[in-house]
Design a protein around this ligand. Structure first.
Ligand SMILES: *Cc1c(COP(=O)(O)O)cnc(C)c1O
Length: 408
């Protein structure tokens, strides 16, 4: 998608980008300092509504809060999604603070410590074990606390999903128990604990609907096989997610309808037949929040070096590692970026937008077309910043102040 398409999606007022219903310069004055992240409440609602409208009704939506753990965002989404997925005990506490029911929170991720596992068991959330060691720790925590743990098993599938920005299933992985090891683990330990079901997460940032659909079909096949080995019926079926969003001009949005059609077939077919007690869960981070946020940073210098114009901004990769190309991209491509106070102006001049860190890696826009008179004090807006922004960036590097975050 082009920057222009993002401007159209947000809209403009008085020639400026509209964020949270007001012109960008007014929002910036209210926030009081740059750089900042702004997340749009209405846009969050629209994303959840889109998913609800397109996906089959029986699908439960889980919000993977590591994508954006800002408390106000999590609180807002907690009332709109069915579940929250957390990746640490810290995230678990934030999730429970929203008031969501404990059995609607799941905890995935490798390297859960015994202390984290016992907190999770005590809280009554679903622990998605990533290894046999974790399963033993869950059993031990349950014995010690005198509680029946809520537990599901994350499985590393025997198939890989192509086209993910980050592959997290198939082949050797630190994530999940290898599918072929599951029978042995269940034979040994299923008698000591009630396993609710399975979770398969194949990868993140996938824009190819066919591949996502194929992964979901194969996941249902795999879980059908594994469920035979459980002494009880399956009550938890987490099909993963990985729905991507377009970051660069080359990316096309995911065709959600195609994913939904296939899910509909799975739900009416094998899932209804085999797993009547399990509502399938889709867990999404980026797809829900990614498009709902912007990063706003102020131009503090404009300089020309040997014929190349640089706009130097007060933010950078310490707040937005991904936009600099240093978070999972093999080839650096620009994220959509505009002069937000002149959103209506067409581009005129190719410039480099760089951050304020002492490294050439701190590049936010490489030869981007911006209005020719873009200068000091202009506000640069980078789109698609609602996910994996602030908390996925090296904020302590160089010791600049933390940016503000607002939900508007
Ligand atoms: C990170 C993660 C997610 C969220 O991925 P997105 O690409 O942000 O949707 C979901 N599930 C698990 C297990 C994860 O590790």
């Amino acid at each position: 998608m082009s920057p222009h398409e993002h401007v159209t999606a947000f809209g403009t007022i008085d020639g400026e980008l509209r964020v949270g219903g007001m012109p960008l310069s007014r929002l910036a004055a209210r926030v009081g300092s740059t750089p900042f992240f702004a997340y749009d409440r209405g846009a969050l609602d629209a994303r959840v509504d889109l998913l609800r409208a397109v996906l089959p009704e029986r699908i439960e939506l889980s919000y993977a809060m590591k994508a954006n753990p800002m408390p106000a965002v999590v609180q807002h989404l907690a009332t709109r999604v069915d579940r929250i997925d957390v990746a640490s005990a810290g995230e678990m506490h934030h999730a429970l603070d929203t008031g969501i029911r404990a059995d609607r929170v799941s905890f995935a991720g490798p390297g859960k410590t015994p202390a984290e596992i016992s907190q999770a068991v005590a809280a009554g959330i679903i622990v998605e074990v990533e290894s046999t060691t974790e399963l033993r720790r869950v059993i031990a925590a349950g014995d010690e606390l005198g509680l029946s743990p809520q537990v599901a098993m994350r499985v590393n599938p025997d198939f890989a999903v192509k086209g993910s920005g980050m592959r997290m299933g198939g082949g050797p992985q630190q994530f999940g128990i290898d599918a072929e090891q599951v029978p042995e683990v269940l034979a040994e330990l299923a008698g000591s604990i009630d396993i609710l079901g399975f979770h398969v997460f194949a990868g993140s940032q996938n824009l190819n609907a066919e591949i996502i659909a194929e992964a979901q079909t194969r996941t249902v096949d795999l879980v059908t096989e594994l469920a035979e080995l459980l002494p009880t019926s399956l009550r938890y079926l987490n099909l993963g997610g990985g729905f991507g969003i377009p970051y660069t001009e080359r990316d096309r949005p995911l065709e959600l309808e195609r994913v939904a059609e296939n899910l509909g077939r799975l739900i009416d077919g094998p899932i209804a037949a085999r797993f009547p007690e399990a509502s399938p869960v889709i867990e999404l981070g980026r797809f829900i929040v990614g498009e709902c946020g912007v990063y706003v940073t102020r131009v503090v210098d404009r300089k020309v070096s040997r014929g190349r114009t640089f706009l130097v901004v007060d933010g950078g990769m310490h707040h937005q590692l991904a936009a600099s190309g240093n978070f999972g991209q093999a080839i650096r491509r620009n994220y959509p970026l505009i002069v937000g106070t002149r959103a209506a102006d067409a581009g005129g001049e190719g410039v480099s937008v760089v951050g304020c860190l002492c490294t050439p890696l701190d590049l936010l826009g490489d030869d981007v077309e911006l209005p020719a008179d873009a200068d000091i004090d202009d506000l640069i807006v980078i789109f698609q910043q609602g996910a994996y922004g602030l908390t996925a960036s090296p904020t302590a590097f160089l010791g600049h102040p933390a940016p503000a975050e607002v939900l508007v």
